[in-house]
Design a binder for this molecule. Structure first.
Ligand code: MG
Length: 259
C-alpha cells in the first residue's frame, strides 16, 4: 500500500495511492485510519513529504561498489548521524544551496519508516517494526563537515532532506535498486544487496541505544555515484517500487553567512 500527503488548492490531506488515484484517508497511518470516500487524481495535487518524521537518523558510507566485496566483518559501531526534521521537504520542492558555497551533494537512499515502538530488538525481528519505505535524498554540504569528523552541520541545512513521494508498505528491502539521475543522466544504480550494514542490523543496533518510535526515519546510506551539483541541476531519486523523488537545486535569495 502506498501512503502519501498532498495539497490541492488550500486543502492538505493524506491518502492511499492506487495507480493515478488518491483515496483520501483520515486518522493516523501508524494507528487507526479510515477512508473518507473522497478521491483525487494524482495529476491535480502536489505531493508533500509523506510524513513529518519523528527523528531522522542517517548512516554513513554504507555501500560497496559493484566490483568490491562486502567486508567479511561489518563495522562494530556504524557511523550514525542525526538530521533535523526541519530539513525535510517534499517531491518537487527546491533544495537550497547555502550561501557562500556553489555545490552540494545529492545522495539517493532507501529510507525506512519505523511503525511501532522499537526497543532492544533482535536482528531477526527487526523488520517487524518497519511501517514502510520511502525515498530519501540525504543532501550534504561536506564543506561544513567539522575537521574533527562531525557531520551534523553539513547535513542540517533547511531543505537538505527531501522525502517521498510515497511510503510503500509492501516492499522487500533486501533487493531493490536505488537509482539517481542528474539532469537525465544516470549517476546511481545499485541494489540494496551492496549495503554493508543491513537494515536489520541498523534497527537492532539503534534500538539498543534509543527507543525508536513510529515516524522515525532511517536513511540507509547512499550507493556509489553521488556527486556534487550546483544551481539549476535537477535530481531524480528513484526506487521503482516506491516512485520518483525529484527536486531542483537553487541558490539562496538572501545572503546568510554561516561562520
Ligand atoms: Mg547519506
Amino acid at each position: 500500500m502506498k501512503f502519501g500527503k498532498f495539497i490541492s488548492g488550500t486543502k492538505k490531506f493524506q491518502g492511499v495511492v492506487v495507480d493515478q488515484l488518491i483515496k483520501e484517508i483520515e486518522g493516523d497511518i501508524f494507528g487507526e485510519w479510515e477512508y473518507t470516500g473522497q478521491s483525487f487524481s494524482l495529476k491535480e495535487v502536489k505531493c508533500l513529504s509523506p510524513l513529518e518524521p519523528n527523528n531522522i537518523i542517517g548512516i554513513g558510507a554504507n555501500y560497496v561498489s559493484e566490483i568490491e566485496d562486502l567486508p567479511s566483518v561489518p563495522p562494530k559501531m556504524p557511523v550514525f548521524f542525526f538530521k533535523p526534521t526541519s530539513s525535510v521537504i517534499g517531491h518537487e520542492e527546491s533544495i537550497v544551496i547555502p550561501h557562500g558555497i556553489e555545490k552540494i551533494k545529492f545522495e539517493s537512499e532507501l529510507a525506512v519508516v519505523i511503525g511501532k515502538e522499537t526497543k532492544n530488538v533482535s536482528e531477526e525481528s527487526a523488520l517487524d517494526y518497519i511501517f514502510g519505505y520511502t525515498i530519501g535524498n540525504d543532501v550534504t554540504a561536506p564543506q561544513f563537515f567539522h575537521e574533527d569528523g562531525h557531520w551534523t552541520i553539513g547535513k542540517s541545512f533547511d531543505t537538505f532532506t527531501p522525502l517521498g513521494p510515497f511510503i510503500e508498505t509492501d516492499l522487500v528491502p533486501s533487493k531493490v535498486k536505488i537509482e539517481a539521475r542528474l539532469n537525465d543522466v544516470e549517476k546511481q544504480n545499485s541494489s540494496t544487496e551492496l549495503m554493508i550494514v543491513s537494515i536489520q542490523k541498523m534497527i537492532s543496533f539503534l534500538s539498543k541505544v534509543m527507543t525508536l518510535k513510529p515516524g522515525d526515519v532511517i536513511l540507509t546510506g547512499s550507493p556509489i555515484g553521488a556527486e556534487m551539483v550546483g544551481e539549476g541541476d535537477f535530481i531524480e531519486c528513484e526506487i521503482k517500487e516506491i516512485g520518483i523523488l525529484t527536486n531542483r537545486f537553487v541558490t539562496t535569495k538572501e545572503a546568510v553567512e554561516v561562520n
